[in-house]
Design a protein around this ligand. Structure first.
Ligand SMILES: [Fe+2]
Length: 211
């Protein structure tokens, strides 16, 4: 079955003022949609790839993907995975979005990074430090510990055997209409719409992302 563009679990304008409606619409229906379309083009008719789940395609650094298809699946499969997650780990400010980490995820963040403020500072540094296009991540490594880091382009923690807990898209298409060159302001505003309930469920293995 072909991959498809997911609907948002909230209105296009729900994340304002942190993320404006026009950016949300273009981001999902143009950029994300292109990743889905190009991923389907890459796998359709390829016996090694067609019918595989997105996880199967990406895990172990795309081990099952033939060399000639690796770039297409990496960029577009990664793009589909990253954006599908991105929409779900956000919510309207005050209605699931914002606040601070909860539960076992909060405990793990505090134990690893000191406190929420130090965590945010380190995450922001990763997001600002990504030159060009990419993502900043809070991920859970195979040994269960947390890590903040960034990936270029549409590379995703799944490729490296890590579980993405939250991820911030720092491609210019994610913020340029509203923030222009001011990526740090976009990062600061984003905390107001992070859905820590979903993030905690991901951390605990109680959340399944479907494609
Ligand atoms: Fe994006």
């Amino acid at each position: 079955m072909a991959f498809s563009l997911p609907n948002l679990p909230y209105a296009d304008n729900a994340l304002e003022p942190s993320i404006d409606e026009k950016t949300m619409v273009i981001h999902r229906t143009k950029h994300h949609n292109a990743y889905v379309t190009n991923l389907n083009t890459a796998v359709t008719g390829d016996a090694a790839l067609e019918g595989k789940t997105l996880e199967q395609l990406l895990e172990n650094n795309l081990a099952i993907v033939p060399e000639g298809k690796k770039a297409a699946v990496r960029n577009n499969g990664g793009g589909h995975f990253n954006h599908s997650l991105f929409w779900l780990i956000m919510a309207r400010e005050g209605q699931g979005g914002g606040g601070e980490p909860i539960g076992q995820l909060a405990d793990a963040i505090n134990a690893t990074f000191g406190n929420f403020e130090e965590f945010k500072a380190k995450f922001k540094a990763a997001a600002i430090g990504r030159f060009g296009s990419g993502w900043a991540w809070l991920a859970k490594k195979a040994d269960g510990t947390l890590e903040i880091y960034s990936t270029p382009n549409q590379d995703t923690p799944l490729m490296d055997g890590k579980t993405a807990i939250i991820g911030l898209d720092v491609w210019e298409h994610a913020y340029y209409l509203n923030y222009q060159n001011l990526r740090p302001n976009y990062i600061d505003a984003w905390w107001k719409v992070v859905n820590w309930s979903t993030a905690e469920a991901i951390y605990n293995g109680n959340f399944t992302l479907t494609f």
